[in-house]
Write a protein that binds this ligand. Structure first.
Ligand code: SF4
Length: 322
């Protein structure tokens, strides 16, 4: 195992997927992961956050072994599996086994709208009900670290408040992202046209999160603010440390600064200590995997923003009820 300064790692462990999402073409690749479970023990020891993604990670039959190797390699890392939540029985079976190895395992279930809207976006009839069944079954087996993951696009701006409210009703957190383009990863180009509408919806969310008494939710508000600024200006509010403090690894072990980058900087075989420098013209992005470390390193900016914005009186209360 190697030592490195990288803190956050997103690992796509398969490109097989049982969803048909409109903003992503990974499912068309239908490629299983080619890294054997044992080989994941070559990950750096000092990672702090690992997001297991795909494709659909739960389609890997050896997921338990993959997670065991990852946990052994980087035992202090918080591990979250991102799933579309469609294969309820399979997910529950796997989570019950993995929880014995990683008791604080987290699961994030994608939800881009309510009912048919989610089904349309994900291209899976009954997808919303399947995801809801999975959430309820995960709660029943005692998974505490459970969250919804909402991806914002031109097509579901009105759903943001609905899914957020659902997350509050369910008593679980909602994480946020916006569609990005990535030729290498999800083979899709996702333009955003309705920038002002998105900004307004994000303002509504920011206001709600700031009203809470949770630092975690204030940080989510700040992340949402960064997303709004990125959508409006194409610029990040904080520097991008991808390739330095956060990385993406694909199912073949190739390593990139992030999942929207097309610049391969190394691979699992070569290890994490000899990665190529990141090109200066990397595409800007604002995703939690690349924002988390930036927020951590520039926390006074967050504090300043929080003080300034927590006392704003802009009223978006009725935005979605008009
Ligand atoms: S966004 Fe996720 S669930 Fe949807 S097709 Fe791509 S990998 Fe599958």
């Amino acid at each position: 195992m190697e030592k490195s300064s990288y803190m956050d790692l997103v690992i796509a462990i398969t490109y097989q997927c049982n969803s048909r999402c409109r903003m992503c073409n990974i499912w068309r690749k239908n490629l299983p992961g080619s890294i054997k479970a044992d080989n994941y023990d070559k990950l750096p020891r000092d990672l702090s956050n690992i997001n297991i993604t795909g494709g659909e990670p739960f389609l890997r039959n050896d997921l338990e072994q993959v997670l065991a190797a990852i946990h052994k390699a980087s035992p202090k890392a918080a591990i979250i599996i991102s799933t579309n939540g469609f294969a309820t029985d399979l997910i529950i079976k796997q989570v019950e086994k993995i929880k014995k190895i990683i008791p604080d395992l987290g699961v994030a279930i994608s939800l881009d709208g309510i009912g048919n809207k989610h089904d349309e976006i994900r291209g899976v009839p009954g997808g919303f009900n399947k995801a809801m069944s999975t959430i309820s079954a995960l709660k029943k087996v005692g998974l505490k670290n459970l969250r919804l993951a909402f991806t914002l696009g031109d097509y579901n701006i009105d759903e943001l408040a609905k899914v957020y409210n659902l997350s509050r009703e369910l008593g679980i957190e909602m994480t946020l992202s916006a569609v990005h383009s990535s030729e290498k990863y999800f083979n899709a180009s996702n333009a955003i046209e309705k920038k002002q509408e998105m900004a307004k919806a994000l303002d509504w969310l920011i206001k709600r999160e700031l009203k809470s008494y949770s630092v975690k939710r204030w940080l989510r508000a700040y992340f949402a603010f960064g997303l709004k600024e990125f959508i409006l200006t194409g610029q990040r509010i904080l520097p991008d440390y991808s390739g330095k403090y956060s990385l993406f690894m694909d199912p073949t072990g190739d390593i990139y600064p992030s999942d929207v980058s097309g610049q391969k900087i190394g691979d699992l075989r070569g290890g994490f200590n000899n990665l190529a420098p990141v090109f200066a013209d990397e595409k800007p992005n604002w995703m939690i995997c690349t924002a988390r470390m930036a927020i951590r390193r520039h926390w006074p900016k967050f504090i300043f923003w929080f003080i300034k914005n927590n006392f704003l009186t802009v009223n978006y209360e009725d935005y979605f009820n008009k």
